[in-house]
Design a protein around this ligand. Structure first.
Ligand code: TXA
Ligand code: MG
Length: 346
């Protein structure tokens, strides 16, 4: 199936209203549309319409064992889709008051109204409230929660701009609402809250913009196993091969371990482009792209992360060599993605 994919701008109020109205019209008809969020662009469908949700899996070529996040207009809608266990209710309330709207997704027991396709048959549903006002307006006008994975083809790099969505899904969807670059550039942090005494247990299932440091006020924080063996109980979509560019990528923890092969073309994914980090002079790089040119700021690196990976992937080099990042704050999520892209978890 091939469609003409319209890209509607939102940079002036009347255009924004037109784009929102068109998105809502298509969603009401059971179609899917790409929408901006503060993390990455999402591919949206009415979460309560299984037939519409099925179109997401088709357009992304995503296996149906990989469940979707349900986006709500506000925290008051939690009860529509989830049964909050009384033991965690007080902690949940505090956390959503602190982090929503924002890049935190919480796994909760699902209500039957949520189609099994959305949750891949799991007893839990992943919920969040996006802080992107266009996205929230669409949910409010539609009057239904929205199921939305990142708007890329399965296993590929998440899109942080409308042009990246177009590169992934042109011809497969009717509409992309263009709101420019995403504020965070990395997908939401996914957590699970479990009863514990004296503190609740908070398990980070997928690292993201909300960090362990941010969460520790609300409970004892731990990371889900990174071995990705236990996929059914962690985030099933956190497959070992996820986020991979098509070009082989190697995370090079120590510059001295690099021995360039004769005749091979290499590109460098540099953190800040500083000679003293020891990577710039390792070989004749075909291209060097920096995540945070000059200053090494993790939030800046996060915003550029998927864009730079995408650009490096287009060069047609034999291998992308990635410098490690500081493993704190958003650096944890980026290192997790680089390890996956370099096949470290397989
Ligand atoms: O920032 C984000 O979270 C973006 C924007 C669009 O909201 N969405 C996103 O969705 O990253 P997606 O589908 O690309 O990643 C969602 C992850 C997948 O790894 C999926 O396996 C996991 O969430 N997930 C969803 N529902 C789950 C559930 N009930 N239990 C465990 N993991 C779940
Ligand atoms: Mg994704």
């Amino acid at each position: 199936m091939s469609y003409v994919t319209a890209v509607l701008p939102t940079d002036q109020p009347p255009l924004m209203h037109q784009a929102v109205d068109e998105a809502v019209r298509l969603l009401r008809e059971g179609e899917i549309v790409a929408l901006p969020t503060e993390t990455v662009y999402g591919l949206a469908a009415n979460a309560l319409d299984a037939e519409a949700v099925a179109k997401i899996f088709e357009a992304k070529e995503r296996p149906t064992f990989d469940p979707l996040i349900v986006h709500l207009a506000s925290k008051e809608q939690i009860d529509l889709v989830a049964d909050v266990p009384p033991e965690i209710a007080a902690t949940l309330k505090k956390m959503v008051e602190r982090f929503w709207p924002g890049p935190l997704t919480i796994l909760l027991p699902k209500k039957p109204i949520v189609p099994d396709l959305v949750t891949a048959g799991l007893p839990t549903v992943a919920v969040r409230v996006s802080s992107n006002s266009i996205f929230r307006r669409v949910i409010t006008d539609l009057g239904k929660p929205i199921a939305a994975p990142s708007a890329n083809r399965f296993g590929s790099i998440s899109p942080t701009s409308a042009s990246a969505v177009l590169a992934e899904l042109e011809g497969r969807i009717h509409l992309i609402v263009d709101a420019g670059a995403c504020m965070y550039g990395l997908e939401s942090t996914i957590i699970k809250i479990e009863p514990g005494s004296p503190k609740m247990f908070i398990t980070i299932v997928r690292p993201g913009p909300i960090t362990a440091e941010d969460l520790k006020l609300y409970g004892k924080v731990r990371y889900a196993s990174r071995t990705v063996v236990d996929e059914a109980t962690a985030a099933p979509g956190q497959l070992a091969s996820h986020y991979a560019p098509k070009t082989p990528l190697r995370l090079l923890e120590r510059p001295q371990d690099f021995i360039p092969e004769e005749g091979k073309r290499y590109a460098l994914l540099s953190y800040r482009g500083e000679e003293k980090d020891g990577y710039l002079n390792l070989c004749e790089w075909e291209e060097v792209m920096m995540l945070s040119p000059g200053n090494g700021k993790l939030p800046e690196a996060a915003v550029r992360f998927f864009y730079v990976l995408r650009a490096l992937d287009k060069l047609g080099v034999d291998e992308i060599i990635a410098e490690p990042l500081h493993e704190h704050g958003m650096g944890i999520a980026m290192m997790d993605k680089l390890r996956r892209a370099s096949g470290r978890y397989t």
